[in-house]
Design a protein around this ligand. Sequence first.
Ligand SMILES: [Ca+2]
Ligand SMILES: [Ca+2]
Length: 343
Amino acid sequence: MRVTIASAVGDASGALTSQTDQFEGSRRLGAQLTRRFTARLSMLVLVGLFSIGSAQADPIACRSDPTTRPEMGPEMVVIEGGRFRMGSLDGDSDEQPVHEVVVEPFALGRCEVTVAEFSVFVEDTGYVATADNGDCRALNEAGSTFVDGVNASWRDPRYPEVAQVAAMPVVCVSFHDALAYTQWLAARTSRPFRLPTEAEWEYAARGRTTTARHWEIHPRASQCDFANGADQDAKSRFEEWSGAKCADGHVVSARVGTYRPNAYGLYDMLGNVWEWTADCWHASYEDTSIKDGPRPEEGDCSRRVVRGGSWFYGPAGLRSAKRSKDDPARTYNSVGFRVARTL
Ligand SMILES: [Ca+2]
Ligand SMILES: [Ca+2]
C-alpha cells in the first residue's frame, strides 16, 4: 500500500483563541449598499428564489432530494453587503494585518454541497473527478494523519467506521472539481454560480460577529451545538486527539445542517469539512492589492484557499479568520465546498 503523509491539513490540537476585532462601518457606503441590496432583494423574494437567513435550527435544511429540483441547485441564502474587518490579531500570522474589506451583496449556499447534489452533476455530465482513481487522502486508522493509497474517492471517502450517506457533504473533491460543479450549475440554471471569494466566505462565516466564532456572542454557547469539530466523541475513538470539552456526536463528517446555523442561516461554515474558495493563496494580507477587496486570481495560484476547519480540528482551527491552502488538484476526505452566486 502506497502511503503518503499529508501536511496541509495540520493537527487537531490547539488552544482556544479569541478575536477582538472591532467592526467599523461607513455610514454613507453602508446606506448605499443597503439601498441597492434592498432593491435587489425585493426582486429575489418576489420570484421566490431565496430566503433570508435565520438563526433557528432546521432539521431538514439542505436535505431535499436534488433530483426533484435540478434547475434550482443548492438552497441559497442572500448575504447582505457591508464592510468588515478581515483577519485576526489573535490568530496565525497569515491572518494579518487585519484590514477592512467591502463585500457586495451575494448569495451563498446554506449548506456544504452534498454527496446527493454532486451526484446529480456527475450523472448529468459523466464528469471524471480528480480522485476517481482512488487517490483521495483519507484519515488513517490511527487517526494521526491523512494518507493516500487507500482507494478513497468522493463515492467512498473511507471514513473510519462510518459509511457515507447522501446528505453528508461531498469530500475528496479538488478545487478543480468544485469549480467544475459551479460551472455546470451556472450553465444549467443560466445563473452566475461560482465559488465564494475568501473575503466573502469570512464575511458570511462571521454572521455580523467580530468574535473568533459566531456562537461566542452567546455567553454560554458550546462549540458542540454549532459545529462538528474534534471533540470528546472523537477523543473516544482517537485517544491522542485534543479538542473541545464537549461531545458533538460525530467523529468524522456529519449530515449537513446537523448543527445550529449562524445569524445568516448558514450551516457548518465552521467545522464539518473545509471549503474551497475561489482565491489563490497569499501568505499574509500585507499585499496592498488585496486590501481593497477580493481579487481571487492574484497571488500564488498553485495553491487555493480553504476555509472553516473540519471535523479533524479542535477550537483553534474552527475560527472565522482561520486560513489554509492546498494544491488545487489535491483531495482529502475532510475537504469539500459550497457554492456562491452573484446577484
Ligand atoms: Ca465531531
Ligand atoms: Ca464547513
